[in-house]
Write a protein that binds this ligand. Structure first.
Ligand SMILES: [Zn+2]
Length: 495
């Protein structure tokens, strides 16, 4: 192109842009160019400038976008641009074990955004005697007006007497394509019997959705708990001992058998053990559409935490296992058996945790973690040579986007995708103390941990929601991300 033609094009572009400018002011959107950074996707790394306009990535230029106008130009020299993380496992404002998780959709998504998360998928829980649709509506009410970033839901099916599996098709039509069942928490009323799990999987499989399974054998756990309580063994350590890795392995295997019978893609949430990893791997080798998620706490700690004075703060289910289990989970991520890292963010403050000081069965189960997914994956995974940068992106974003059918709207940096980007400074060190994190709880289980490499800018649909650990987003700006039925096991995720 001749210089003259180029100038005419630039002029025309500028004129067109000024028209857009007027349009943007009217609905509050803006443009941002992130320059000089290294873009990392699930497949490649390259230096480029990235432009986002009206919420969508409009240009990715390896030769640069200097001179292009934008409302904000951010210099990302020396930094990495990753697709915004997708935390596929949060429990904001969740009623559980007689109390409610400390973080709601405001503080929870603040914590997520500061950690580079741009989409959360929270669990809407069917109430006993209630319909599934009531659960979706109830969870939307929790998010609207509060969420700082985008959100979607999984639907927890707990009561098939109050409804039937036909209602699942209405839920899929409403944009919720992933479901969850529990093989334990019988006393809390969350557990489904085997037949119910199979029924759910059959219907969800027909509709092209996905069933997530909390996989621990309830019988093993209840028998152990009863024995420990009878012998007056009530400290937090016995929470760990009541849930051995065999409990996980058995339930994971059962879920995988059911997946085969029902022809339904099955996603094992919060995998915590070597035995569980082996079971998932066996299922995959048999060609079944099964995959697994693990969480930051299983990748950092080992079960010696249950000997600490603050052991109650580490009580979640499944509990943290041994050092060999931790190593097996890293290996699972490296070889692609474990596809995603999500937080299982279900946090309770010290007062709530103290409800179980004399009886481990009364400690509310759960930890905070949405803010540390990326720092942990980068520091422990990439820096320590366990994962490539691309694998960090796969585990923190792309695989979840594929599994939950948000790809390529979410989960990558590409023209036409939502402008969801996290800029990570590899040189920034942050101690993960309670003061440095944004959750509402009054402690951090990561107090002694220093992340080497940290998010410095989180952009959600082109809008800066967190910068240098300060939240800049307005409550309620996040939107519900509807999804549609499809067959995830036909996607490249299972290659
Ligand atoms: Zn959970």
């Amino acid at each position: 192109m001749g210089r003259k033609a180029y100038e005419v094009l630039l002029f025309a572009h500028g004129w067109y842009r000024s028209l857009l400018e007027g349009a943007r002011i009217s609905h509050g959107l803006a443009s941002i160019i992130i320059r000089n950074g290294k873009v990392v996707t699930s497949l490649e790394n390259f230096e480029a400038d990235v432009e986002i306009e009206d919420g969508v990535i409009t240009r990715i230029s390896r030769s640069g976008l200097s001179g292009h106008p934008a409302d904000r130009v951010y210099n990302a020299e020396g930094k990495l641009l990753l697709p915004g993380c997708i935390d596929g496992h949060t429990h904001f404002e969740m009623p559980f074990m007689g109390t409610t998780t400390a973080d709601d959709f405001l503080s929870g998504t603040a914590s997520a955004a500061a950690g580079g998360v741009t989409t959360v998928v929270d669990f809407a829980i069917q109430q006993s005697g209630g319909s599934m649709m009531q659960a979706v509506e109830a969870w939307k009410r929790k998010a609207v007006g509060k969420a700082l970033i985008d959100y979607s839901f999984h639907l927890i099916v707990r009561d098939l007497k109050a409804t039937d599996t036909e209602e699942i098709s209405n839920i899929v039509s409403a944009g919720v394509t992933s479901f969850k069942v529990f093989t334990t928490y019988r006393k809390e009323g969350l557990m489904l019997e085997d037949g119910g799990i199979l029924d759910v999987m059959r219907r969800v499989g027909q509709l092209g959705g996905l069933v997530a399974v909390h996989a621990e054998n309830n019988g093993i756990i209840e028998s152990n708990v009863e024995k420990f309580l009878k012998e007056n063994m009530r400290s937090a350590r016995y929470h760990r001992l009541s849930r051995p890795q065999e409990a996980e392995r058995e339930a994971v295997q059962r879920a995988i058998y059911f997946s085969g019978i029902a022809g339904c893609p099955t996603y094992i949430v919060h995998l915590s053990s070597s035995e569980g990893r082996n079971a998932v791997k066996e299922g995959q080798l048999r060609g079944l559409p099964v995959f697994a998620e693990t969480c930051p706490h299983y990748l950092i700690f080992d079960d010696s935490v249950y000997d600490r004075p603050d052991a109650a703060n580490f009580v979640m289910s499944p509990p943290i296992k041994g050092k060999e289990d931790r190593a097996a989970l890293w290996e699972g991520l490296r070889e692609g058996v474990v596809k995603t890292v999500a937080s299982d963010h279900a946090d309770f403050d010290t007062h709530q945790k103290s409800l179980g000081k004399d009886d481990f069965t009364k400690i509310p189960n759960g930890v905070a973690g949405t803010e540390v997914i990326l720092p942990v994956l980068f520091t422990e995974g990439y820096r320590k040579g366990r994962l490539s940068l691309n694998q960090v992106v796969q585990a923190s974003s792309t695989n979840a986007a594929r599994a939950y059918n948000m790809f390529p709207r979410k989960g990558t940096i590409a023209v036409g995708s939502d402008g969801d980007i996290v800029v990570l400074d590899p040189a920034k060190k942050v101690r993960l103390t309670q003061e440095n994190l944004h959750s509402k709880i009054d402690y951090s289980i990561y107090e002694d941990y220093v992340a080497e490499g940290y998010p410095v800018l989180t952009v959600s649909r082109g809008e800066i929601v967190s910068e240098d650990n300060q939240i800049t987003a307005k409550p309620g700006r996040g939107v519900f991300v509807p999804r549609s039925g499809y067959m995830p096991h036909k996607s490249p995720l299972f290659d």
